[in-house]
Design a protein around this ligand. Structure first.
Ligand SMILES: [Zn+2]
Length: 405
């Protein structure tokens, strides 16, 4: 096992992963996970895009490292507890990855800043975006080492001290510049890939397709109850309750708190209803499962297919921003909930369509709506200014009563 006892050496590994990510055509970000002695447990990079298609909007480096860690432990491998693990990342964690890191209790060492989506977008290392209950933990575990030099990449150290096994505690200026430049070189092009789906008025209703159509078959393989419920577009009603309740029961059976997330398309069709898989990994929440399953359904149908087939998939299975995510449980102040908000942002990636401001709906509130909107209004600029995340409770009283009971 390779041992890394200098922050600089670990950042260099993250940077080389970031270059591999850029080569793949996805966001140029990479990371490495170290144990309490500096041994490299795993290094990997962003996998949001594969073959020019969205593969998994949640496949950021840090999120994947954490899922890898839990999966190894579930297989029986002995690994130190998260408090002894350090994730070194080439770019400041986004809201999703920050929530994942805090929910597990991992330590993080950050190279390049991200002024749009980074949790330390303002450079203060005081994390005003986080619920106040999570700020002390972030201050104690998020480290922004000094970058020595005189260029714009130089900075003073901020945040927590890196773990004691690190002998060298600074980042070299050229390595820091590399981390920044590799990300900047990819961010615009990758975000453009999120905006090539047809506009809502060009979408077609998948419930009009024959049962044996490849899109319907793939949909039913992912979720057997797909297309068995339909409501007025964006107005989920009590008919959705049994699907959410069944998923909530399965969520509890897999060590979750009884959450479930449904995805309705722009015609009001039920596409997916997911539960969490917390026994596999502490961060596999219902929303993570739902957004990932839908992205991968689209990916599998489009990967390697001709242009006509790809266009058909995009028409019948529209981008989720034109549909509605319905959460059984609304956001609260927990780290997992913050992760979900961030993952929601990563799923939308760009501005919500003007005619669909209520894309994010929940049934049972996790906090007062005013408080929730204040929390979303403090998120890093990408989330609050571009996407404008603003969850609202479903309008249908009967659906609320069905889940409250
Ligand atoms: Zn992230």
């Amino acid at each position: 096992m390779k041992r890394t006892i200098d922050v600089q050496a670990a950042v260099a590994i993250a940077a080389s992963e970031a270059i591999a990510a850029k080569t793949q055509g996805t966001f140029g970000v990479g990371g490495v996970m170290l144990d309490q002695h500096g041994n490299v447990l795993k290094s990997l990079h962003n996998n949001v895009i594969k073959h020019g298609l969205i593969y998994d909007p949640t496949a950021h480096g840090e999120r994947q490292l954490i899922d890898w860690y839990y999966a190894e432990r579930a297989k029986g491998r002995e690994l130190p507890p998260p408090e002894e693990i350090t994730i070194v990342t080439s770019l400041d964690p986004c809201a999703m990855c920050t929530g994942a890191i805090l929910s597990g209790g991992f330590n993080v060492v950050v190279a390049a800043p991200d002024q749009k989506a980074g949790i330390n977008y303002n450079g203060s290392a005081f994390f005003p975006s986080l619920p106040s209950t999570l700020q002390p933990q972030a201050e104690a575990t998020f480290s922004y080492p000094a970058v020595l030099g005189t260029s714009s990449y130089a900075r003073r150290g901020a945040g927590a001290s890196p773990k004691p096994f690190f002998i060298g505690k600074t980042i070299a200026e050229p390595t820091q510049a590399l981390c920044s430049l590799v990300f900047e070189a990819t961010s615009t092009g990758v975000m453009d890939l999120f905006n090539i789906d047809p506009p809502q008025q060009e979408l077609k209703d998948p419930s009009t397709l024959p049962e044996d159509h490849p899109i319907v078959r793939a949909l039913k393989r992912t979720f057997p109850d797909a297309l068995t419920y339909k409501c007025e577009p964006r107005r989920p009603d009590a008919g959705l309750a049994p699907y959410l309740q069944a998923a909530r029961t399965r969520d509890k059976g897999m060590a979750g708190r009884g959450d479930a997330v449904a995805l309705l398309d722009s015609f009001g069709n039920l596409i997916l209803c997911s539960h969490g898989r917390h026994t596999h990994s502490g961060i596999r929440t219902a929303f993570m499962e739902c957004t990932r399953a839908y992205a991968q359904l689209r990916y599998k149908l489009m990967e390697g297919a001709d242009a006509q087939t790809q266009a058909e998939v995009r028409q019948y299975l529209g981008h989720p921003k034109d549909g509605t995510f319905v959460f059984a449980l609304g956001p609260d102040e927990s780290a997992l909930s913050f992760m979900n908000l961030g993952a929601y942002g990563s799923t939308m990636e760009g501005a919500l369509p003007g005619n669909n401001p209520d894309q994010f709906q929940y049934v049972v509130p996790g906090m007062a709506e005013e408080q929730l909107h204040a929390l979303c209004g403090r998120m890093p600029p990408l989330y609050r200014n571009l996407i404008r995340i603003r969850p609202v409770q479903v309008a249908d009283r009967a659906l609320i009563e069905a889940l409250d009971a």
